[in-house]
Design a protein around this ligand. Structure first.
Ligand code: ATP
Length: 199
């Protein structure tokens, strides 16, 4: 899965609809201070489901909406779409191109879409699980994060390796199965009690 394009509209400094395209290989973004380079990585984090305004350098989530300049009035919503190349079918959707979109209105309403279909954030998280993409998948390494990995406790580092290796999905499923087993055992014991009472 690789990022083909970012379509942003009303997100931070991107008042006009922008379509930033990426080719395979390395892309470098250059520009003067304050021109909006970091707003691009903020946009990616945001669509991947970032819930903390602070992580994307805001105070409240509505701060991501274009808040106007001297010559231009503020927007009412921010929308960002990530266009992903899914020819590898790593994302469990039968399409070569998958677009994940997040939209936030000034009144706080928020919407997520997979392709054109409205969905919940949970579905996006599930889609990304073990794909190597996602909010916690180390797609974006900010300054200081390399240090954090080096300083992490062994269990934290193990989590990181397991997420990268793709075993997280199985761990989650194992947990769900164990819970179901436990529920069934409890039901059985209740049935046994009833049988004994009847005998
Ligand atoms: P540096 O090299 O200094 O890190 P940069 O190129 O990464 O700069 P960003 O930090 O991405 O720049 O962009 C900051 C710019 O985005 C500022 O000019 C700021 O005014 C603008 N900006 C941020 N949020 C909004 C918003 N909600 N509405 C309008 N403009 C915004």
């Amino acid at each position: 899965v690789y990022l083909k394009a970012i379509e942003a509209h009303g997100f931070k400094s991107f008042a006009d609809k922008v379509d930033i395209k990426f080719d395979s290989g390395v892309t470098a973004v250059v520009g003067p201070n304050g021109s909006g380079k970091s707003n691009i990585t903020d946009a990616i984090r945001w669509v991947l489901g970032e819930q903390s305004a602070r992580t994307i350098r805001g105070v409240k989530m509505e701060d991501v909406i274009f808040n106007g300049t001297s010559g231009r009035k503020a927007m009412n919503y921010a929308q960002v779409g990530l266009v992903l190349d899914n020819r590898s079918r790593k994302l469990a959707i039968d399409a070569d191109k998958v677009t994940i979109t997040r939209k936030l209105y000034r009144n706080g309403d928020s919407e997520y879409y997979i392709n054109e279909d409205k969905c919940r954030l949970k579905e996006i998280n599930e889609l990304f699980l073990d794909s190597g993409l996602g909010k916690n998948a180390y797609n974006i390494i900010s300054q200081g994060e390399v240090d954090e990995v080096l300083k992490a406790r062994p269990e934290q580092r193990r989590n990181l390796i397991e997420e990268t290796a793709g075993v997280m999905k199985y761990k989650l499923r194992k947990k769900e199965s164990e819970k179901r087993l436990e529920d069934t055992a409890q039901n059985l014991s209740r049935v046994n009690d009833i049988i004994q009472e009847l005998e």
